[in-house]
Design a binder for this molecule. Sequence first.
Ligand SMILES: Nc1ncnc2c1ncn2[C@@H]1O[C@H](COP(=O)(O)OP(=O)(O)OP(=O)(O)O)[C@@H](O)[C@H]1O
Ligand SMILES: [Mg+2]
Length: 321
Amino acid sequence: MQDSEIVAQVDDTPIARAAQAAVQVAGRAGEGLPRPATTRVMVVANQKGGVGKTTTTVNLAASLAMHGLRVLVIDLDPQGNASTALGIDHHAEVPSIYDVLVEGRPLADVVQPVVDVEGLFCCPATIDLAGAEIELVSLVARESRLQRAIAAYEQPLDYVLIDCPPSLGLLTVNALVAGQEVLIPIQCEYYALEGLGQLLRNVELVRAHLNPVLHVSTILLTMYDARTRLAAQVAEEVRTHFEQEVLRTAIPRSVRISEAPSYGQTVLTYDPGSSGALSYLEAARELAVRGAAGTVGQQRTGSGRHAAPTAEHGSTMEDNR
Ligand SMILES: Nc1ncnc2c1ncn2[C@@H]1O[C@H](COP(=O)(O)OP(=O)(O)OP(=O)(O)O)[C@@H](O)[C@H]1O
Ligand SMILES: [Mg+2]
Protein backbone atom coordinates (compact mmCIF):
# COMPACT_ATOMS: atom_id res chain seq x y z
CA MET A 1 0.00 0.00 0.00
CA GLN A 2 1.32 3.44 -0.94
CA ASP A 3 1.84 6.01 1.80
CA SER A 4 -0.62 8.34 0.14
CA GLU A 5 -3.32 5.64 0.24
CA ILE A 6 -2.74 5.11 3.95
CA VAL A 7 -3.02 8.83 4.59
CA ALA A 8 -6.21 8.95 2.55
CA GLN A 9 -7.69 6.11 4.59
CA VAL A 10 -6.69 7.61 7.91
CA ASP A 11 -8.16 10.95 6.89
CA ASP A 12 -11.44 9.30 6.20
CA THR A 13 -12.06 7.97 9.72
CA PRO A 14 -14.79 9.68 11.77
CA ILE A 15 -12.20 10.93 14.29
CA ALA A 16 -10.07 12.46 11.55
CA ARG A 17 -13.10 14.13 10.04
CA ALA A 18 -14.12 15.53 13.43
CA ALA A 19 -10.58 16.75 14.05
CA GLN A 20 -10.48 18.45 10.67
CA ALA A 21 -13.83 20.09 11.34
CA ALA A 22 -12.64 21.24 14.77
CA VAL A 23 -9.59 22.83 13.22
CA GLN A 24 -11.83 24.51 10.69
CA VAL A 25 -14.04 25.86 13.49
CA ALA A 26 -11.04 27.14 15.40
CA GLY A 27 -9.78 28.83 12.24
CA ARG A 28 -13.13 30.42 11.52
CA ALA A 29 -13.60 31.50 15.09
CA GLY A 30 -10.53 33.71 14.76
CA GLU A 31 -11.75 35.33 11.57
CA GLY A 32 -14.20 37.72 13.11
CA LEU A 33 -17.61 38.79 11.89
CA PRO A 34 -18.91 42.23 10.99
CA ARG A 35 -19.68 44.23 14.08
CA PRO A 36 -23.11 45.87 13.87
CA ALA A 37 -23.13 49.66 13.95
CA THR A 38 -25.52 49.59 16.91
CA THR A 39 -26.53 46.82 19.27
CA ARG A 40 -28.84 44.34 17.57
CA VAL A 41 -31.50 43.23 20.04
CA MET A 42 -33.02 40.02 18.77
CA VAL A 43 -36.07 38.33 20.24
CA VAL A 44 -36.03 34.57 19.83
CA ALA A 45 -39.70 33.70 19.92
CA ASN A 46 -42.21 31.05 18.97
CA GLN A 47 -45.01 30.24 21.36
CA LYS A 48 -44.89 26.64 20.20
CA GLY A 49 -42.88 24.67 22.74
CA GLY A 50 -39.73 22.70 22.04
CA VAL A 51 -38.95 24.14 18.60
CA GLY A 52 -35.36 25.07 19.44
CA LYS A 53 -35.65 28.63 20.82
CA THR A 54 -33.25 28.08 23.69
CA THR A 55 -30.86 25.91 21.70
CA THR A 56 -30.76 28.54 18.98
CA THR A 57 -30.31 31.42 21.44
CA VAL A 58 -27.35 29.94 23.28
CA ASN A 59 -25.58 28.45 20.27
CA LEU A 60 -25.94 31.52 18.07
CA ALA A 61 -24.81 33.67 20.99
CA ALA A 62 -21.75 31.50 21.57
CA SER A 63 -20.95 31.47 17.84
CA LEU A 64 -21.10 35.27 17.66
CA ALA A 65 -19.00 35.67 20.80
CA MET A 66 -16.40 33.19 19.52
CA HIS A 67 -16.03 35.47 16.53
CA GLY A 68 -15.00 38.29 18.81
CA LEU A 69 -18.38 39.98 19.32
CA ARG A 70 -19.84 40.95 22.69
CA VAL A 71 -23.11 39.17 23.29
CA LEU A 72 -25.66 39.16 26.09
CA VAL A 73 -28.22 36.38 26.44
CA ILE A 74 -31.29 37.31 28.43
CA ASP A 75 -33.09 34.27 29.74
CA LEU A 76 -36.75 35.25 29.82
CA ASP A 77 -38.14 31.78 30.48
CA PRO A 78 -38.92 30.66 34.05
CA GLN A 79 -37.65 27.21 33.04
CA GLY A 80 -34.16 28.78 32.98
CA ASN A 81 -32.99 26.49 30.17
CA ALA A 82 -30.72 29.09 28.57
CA SER A 83 -29.05 29.74 31.94
CA THR A 84 -28.49 25.99 32.37
CA ALA A 85 -27.07 25.60 28.88
CA LEU A 86 -24.61 28.43 29.53
CA GLY A 87 -23.52 26.92 32.84
CA ILE A 88 -24.95 29.83 34.83
CA ASP A 89 -26.14 29.25 38.36
CA HIS A 90 -29.85 30.02 38.59
CA HIS A 91 -31.16 28.62 41.85
CA ALA A 92 -33.89 30.62 43.55
CA GLU A 93 -31.59 33.05 45.44
CA VAL A 94 -29.53 34.14 42.42
CA PRO A 95 -30.24 37.73 41.30
CA SER A 96 -32.03 37.35 38.00
CA ILE A 97 -34.19 38.87 35.31
CA TYR A 98 -37.07 38.72 37.78
CA ASP A 99 -35.35 41.36 39.94
CA VAL A 100 -34.86 43.50 36.86
CA LEU A 101 -38.44 43.28 35.61
CA VAL A 102 -40.36 43.31 38.85
CA GLU A 103 -38.05 45.08 41.32
CA GLY A 104 -36.50 47.52 38.84
CA ARG A 105 -32.94 46.37 39.62
CA PRO A 106 -30.29 47.37 37.03
CA LEU A 107 -29.47 44.68 34.49
CA ALA A 108 -25.76 45.16 35.23
CA ASP A 109 -26.35 43.84 38.79
CA VAL A 110 -27.54 40.45 37.61
CA VAL A 111 -25.54 39.77 34.42
CA GLN A 112 -22.88 37.06 34.74
CA PRO A 113 -19.99 36.23 32.40
CA VAL A 114 -20.16 32.82 30.75
CA VAL A 115 -17.13 30.73 31.66
CA ASP A 116 -15.30 29.31 28.61
CA VAL A 117 -16.65 31.81 26.08
CA GLU A 118 -15.06 35.22 26.20
CA GLY A 119 -17.37 38.09 25.37
CA LEU A 120 -20.50 36.09 26.23
CA PHE A 121 -22.73 37.16 29.14
CA CYS A 122 -25.98 35.88 30.56
CA CYS A 123 -28.79 37.37 32.56
CA PRO A 124 -30.23 34.27 34.26
CA ALA A 125 -33.84 33.35 34.94
CA THR A 126 -34.93 31.65 38.13
CA ILE A 127 -38.20 30.01 39.02
CA ASP A 128 -39.35 33.38 40.51
CA LEU A 129 -40.02 34.47 36.96
CA ALA A 130 -43.02 32.13 36.84
CA GLY A 131 -44.92 34.66 38.96
CA ALA A 132 -43.81 37.67 36.96
CA GLU A 133 -46.49 37.35 34.28
CA ILE A 134 -49.05 38.10 36.98
CA GLU A 135 -46.98 40.52 39.07
CA LEU A 136 -46.19 42.65 36.03
CA VAL A 137 -49.87 43.28 35.34
CA SER A 138 -50.19 45.84 38.12
CA LEU A 139 -46.85 47.57 37.53
CA VAL A 140 -46.22 50.87 35.78
CA ALA A 141 -45.03 50.54 32.16
CA ARG A 142 -45.53 46.81 32.42
CA GLU A 143 -44.78 46.15 28.74
CA SER A 144 -41.59 48.21 28.53
CA ARG A 145 -39.67 47.24 31.65
CA LEU A 146 -37.18 45.07 29.78
CA GLN A 147 -36.70 47.72 27.12
CA ARG A 148 -35.86 50.29 29.80
CA ALA A 149 -33.46 47.93 31.53
CA ILE A 150 -31.57 47.21 28.30
CA ALA A 151 -31.47 50.91 27.41
CA ALA A 152 -29.91 51.67 30.81
CA TYR A 153 -27.23 48.95 30.45
CA GLU A 154 -23.96 50.75 29.89
CA GLN A 155 -21.56 47.99 28.87
CA PRO A 156 -20.94 47.89 25.11
CA LEU A 157 -22.75 45.04 23.38
CA ASP A 158 -22.99 43.92 19.77
CA TYR A 159 -25.91 41.54 20.24
CA VAL A 160 -28.59 40.93 22.82
CA LEU A 161 -30.45 37.66 22.30
CA ILE A 162 -33.62 37.21 24.32
CA ASP A 163 -34.83 33.65 24.87
CA CYS A 164 -38.62 33.77 25.22
CA PRO A 165 -40.91 31.30 26.97
CA PRO A 166 -43.35 29.26 24.85
CA SER A 167 -46.22 31.70 25.34
CA LEU A 168 -47.34 35.12 24.17
CA GLY A 169 -47.87 36.65 27.62
CA LEU A 170 -46.37 39.76 29.17
CA LEU A 171 -42.85 38.33 29.27
CA THR A 172 -42.80 37.83 25.50
CA VAL A 173 -44.46 41.22 25.01
CA ASN A 174 -41.65 42.79 27.07
CA ALA A 175 -39.14 41.13 24.76
CA LEU A 176 -40.99 42.34 21.64
CA VAL A 177 -41.03 45.89 22.98
CA ALA A 178 -37.32 45.71 23.81
CA GLY A 179 -36.09 44.28 20.49
CA GLN A 180 -35.70 45.47 16.94
CA GLU A 181 -35.71 42.05 15.34
CA VAL A 182 -37.61 38.83 15.85
CA LEU A 183 -35.89 35.55 15.14
CA ILE A 184 -38.31 32.64 14.79
CA PRO A 185 -36.94 29.11 15.00
CA ILE A 186 -39.15 26.67 13.12
CA GLN A 187 -38.86 22.97 13.72
CA CYS A 188 -38.97 20.96 10.53
CA GLU A 189 -41.74 18.71 11.78
CA TYR A 190 -45.43 18.03 11.45
CA TYR A 191 -47.50 21.11 12.46
CA ALA A 192 -44.36 23.23 12.24
CA LEU A 193 -46.27 26.36 11.35
CA GLU A 194 -49.02 25.90 13.88
CA GLY A 195 -49.58 29.12 15.76
CA LEU A 196 -47.22 31.12 13.57
CA GLY A 197 -50.06 33.36 12.42
CA GLN A 198 -50.81 34.26 16.02
CA LEU A 199 -47.17 35.13 16.69
CA LEU A 200 -46.99 37.28 13.56
CA ARG A 201 -50.19 39.11 14.54
CA ASN A 202 -48.67 39.81 17.97
CA VAL A 203 -45.57 41.21 16.32
CA GLU A 204 -47.80 43.44 14.18
CA LEU A 205 -49.73 44.63 17.24
CA VAL A 206 -46.60 45.47 19.18
CA ARG A 207 -45.17 47.24 16.15
CA ALA A 208 -48.35 49.25 15.64
CA HIS A 209 -48.73 50.36 19.24
CA LEU A 210 -45.50 50.03 21.17
CA ASN A 211 -42.39 49.50 19.05
CA PRO A 212 -42.44 50.78 15.44
CA VAL A 213 -39.02 49.33 14.53
CA LEU A 214 -39.93 45.74 15.39
CA HIS A 215 -39.86 43.30 12.48
CA VAL A 216 -39.36 39.61 11.81
CA SER A 217 -35.86 39.62 10.36
CA THR A 218 -34.83 35.99 10.61
CA ILE A 219 -36.30 32.53 10.44
CA LEU A 220 -34.14 29.53 11.23
CA LEU A 221 -35.08 25.98 10.33
CA THR A 222 -34.17 23.67 13.20
CA MET A 223 -33.95 19.92 13.80
CA TYR A 224 -33.79 19.34 10.08
CA ASP A 225 -33.59 15.66 9.25
CA ALA A 226 -32.38 15.32 5.68
CA ARG A 227 -33.58 11.70 5.53
CA THR A 228 -37.26 12.56 5.79
CA ARG A 229 -39.48 13.94 3.05
CA LEU A 230 -41.52 15.78 5.63
CA ALA A 231 -38.55 17.91 6.72
CA ALA A 232 -37.83 18.84 3.11
CA GLN A 233 -41.50 19.69 2.55
CA VAL A 234 -41.70 21.88 5.64
CA ALA A 235 -38.46 23.63 4.72
CA GLU A 236 -39.70 24.30 1.21
CA GLU A 237 -43.00 25.63 2.46
CA VAL A 238 -41.33 27.97 4.94
CA ARG A 239 -38.86 29.17 2.31
CA THR A 240 -41.72 29.89 -0.09
CA HIS A 241 -43.62 32.00 2.42
CA PHE A 242 -40.62 33.73 3.97
CA GLU A 243 -38.22 33.97 1.11
CA GLN A 244 -36.23 36.88 2.55
CA GLU A 245 -36.19 35.91 6.17
CA VAL A 246 -35.17 32.24 6.17
CA LEU A 247 -31.46 31.66 6.63
CA ARG A 248 -29.91 29.39 4.00
CA THR A 249 -28.34 27.36 6.78
CA ALA A 250 -30.68 24.87 8.42
CA ILE A 251 -29.75 23.29 11.74
CA PRO A 252 -29.65 19.50 11.47
CA ARG A 253 -31.05 17.19 14.09
CA SER A 254 -27.95 16.32 16.10
CA VAL A 255 -27.40 14.28 19.23
CA ARG A 256 -24.45 16.50 20.18
CA ILE A 257 -26.69 19.58 20.20
CA SER A 258 -29.15 17.91 22.56
CA GLU A 259 -26.41 16.52 24.84
CA ALA A 260 -24.51 19.77 25.36
CA PRO A 261 -26.92 21.46 27.87
CA SER A 262 -26.58 18.61 30.35
CA TYR A 263 -22.90 19.55 30.61
CA GLY A 264 -23.76 23.24 31.04
CA GLN A 265 -22.25 23.92 27.64
CA THR A 266 -23.15 25.03 24.17
CA VAL A 267 -22.38 22.65 21.34
CA LEU A 268 -19.63 25.06 20.30
CA THR A 269 -17.55 24.14 23.33
CA TYR A 270 -18.95 20.65 23.89
CA ASP A 271 -18.13 19.33 20.42
CA PRO A 272 -16.75 22.06 18.18
CA GLY A 273 -16.24 19.77 15.21
CA SER A 274 -19.77 18.37 15.16
CA SER A 275 -22.22 19.13 12.39
CA GLY A 276 -24.40 20.92 14.96
CA ALA A 277 -21.60 23.28 15.96
CA LEU A 278 -20.67 23.97 12.36
CA SER A 279 -24.24 24.69 11.38
CA TYR A 280 -24.75 27.18 14.22
CA LEU A 281 -21.47 28.88 13.32
CA GLU A 282 -22.63 29.16 9.74
CA ALA A 283 -26.05 30.47 10.77
CA ALA A 284 -24.35 33.08 12.98
CA ARG A 285 -22.15 34.14 10.10
CA GLU A 286 -25.17 34.54 7.83
CA LEU A 287 -27.02 36.48 10.50
CA ALA A 288 -24.11 38.84 11.06
CA VAL A 289 -23.37 39.37 7.37
CA ARG A 290 -27.03 40.00 6.52
CA GLY A 291 -27.24 42.46 9.40
CA ALA A 292 -24.16 44.30 8.19
CA ALA A 293 -25.48 44.38 4.63
CA GLY A 294 -28.77 45.82 5.84
CA THR A 295 -30.74 42.93 4.36
CA VAL A 296 -32.71 42.10 7.43
CA GLY A 297 -36.08 43.23 6.21
CA GLN A 298 -36.30 46.43 8.25
CA GLN A 299 -37.49 48.40 5.26
CA ARG A 300 -40.40 46.12 4.67
CA THR A 301 -42.82 47.29 7.29
CA GLY A 302 -46.05 47.27 5.30
CA SER A 303 -48.89 45.82 7.33
CA GLY A 304 -49.79 42.30 6.37
CA ARG A 305 -46.30 41.63 5.03
CA HIS A 306 -46.14 38.64 7.30
CA ALA A 307 -49.72 37.49 6.97
CA ALA A 308 -50.17 33.94 8.12
CA PRO A 309 -49.52 31.51 5.30
CA THR A 310 -52.59 29.76 4.00
CA ALA A 311 -52.95 26.02 4.38
CA GLU A 312 -51.33 24.49 1.36
CA HIS A 313 -50.36 21.19 2.86
CA GLY A 314 -52.85 20.46 5.61
CA SER A 315 -50.03 18.50 7.22
CA THR A 316 -48.02 21.45 8.43
CA MET A 317 -50.19 24.51 8.24
CA GLU A 318 -52.73 25.77 10.63
CA ASP A 319 -55.45 28.23 9.88
CA ASN A 320 -55.29 30.35 12.95
CA ARG A 321 -58.16 32.73 12.31
N1 LIG B 1 -30.85 20.50 16.28
C1 LIG B 1 -31.23 19.72 17.28
N2 LIG B 1 -30.97 18.41 17.25
C2 LIG B 1 -31.38 17.60 18.28
N3 LIG B 1 -32.04 18.02 19.35
C3 LIG B 1 -32.34 19.33 19.42
C4 LIG B 1 -31.95 20.25 18.40
N4 LIG B 1 -32.39 21.49 18.76
C5 LIG B 1 -33.01 21.34 19.94
N5 LIG B 1 -32.98 20.05 20.35
C6 LIG B 1 -33.58 19.48 21.56
O1 LIG B 1 -34.98 19.66 21.47
C7 LIG B 1 -35.51 20.01 22.75
C8 LIG B 1 -36.22 21.37 22.63
O2 LIG B 1 -35.25 22.36 22.29
P1 LIG B 1 -35.26 23.77 23.01
O3 LIG B 1 -35.29 23.62 24.49
O4 LIG B 1 -34.17 24.57 22.43
O5 LIG B 1 -36.65 24.31 22.50
P2 LIG B 1 -37.48 25.56 23.06
O6 LIG B 1 -38.26 26.08 21.92
O7 LIG B 1 -36.59 26.50 23.77
O8 LIG B 1 -38.42 24.86 24.13
P3 LIG B 1 -39.41 25.61 25.16
O9 LIG B 1 -40.58 26.02 24.33
O10 LIG B 1 -39.75 24.56 26.16
O11 LIG B 1 -38.66 26.76 25.73
C9 LIG B 1 -34.34 20.04 23.71
O12 LIG B 1 -34.28 18.80 24.36
C10 LIG B 1 -33.14 20.22 22.80
O13 LIG B 1 -31.96 19.66 23.35
MG1 LIG C 1 -36.72 27.26 25.71
